[in-house]
Write a protein that binds this ligand. Structure first.
Ligand SMILES: [Zn+2]
Length: 80
């Protein structure tokens, strides 16, 4: 005994959830800060946000964190 429509539902499940990317102060996506097109596309598709708490893109997260670290650890004498 098996339910008649189990196959069909498995296939329609494939809808992928899109990541939300972070728009930085330059209006660029944080994970692709040099690509203006990517920023436009992201805004167009509604997958860009300025709300850090809403960001789901891992790369954007890393970019945000890196930028934050850079700001905090501004050393007077630059010797990394
Ligand atoms: Zn991203």
């Amino acid at each position: 005994m098996r339910p008649p429509e189990s196959r069909a539902t498995a296939k329609t499940r494939k809808k992928r959830r899109r990541d939300l990317h972070f728009l930085n102060s330059d209006g660029m996506v944080a994970c692709n800060p040099r690509d203006r097109e990517a920023a436009h596309r992201a805004q167009d598709e509604g997958i860009a946000t300025e709300d850090q708490g809403a960001v789901t893109c891992k790369k954007c997260w890393e970019a945000i964190r890196r930028a934050r670290n850079r700001q905090r650890s501004k050393k007077p004498s630059g010797n990394a």
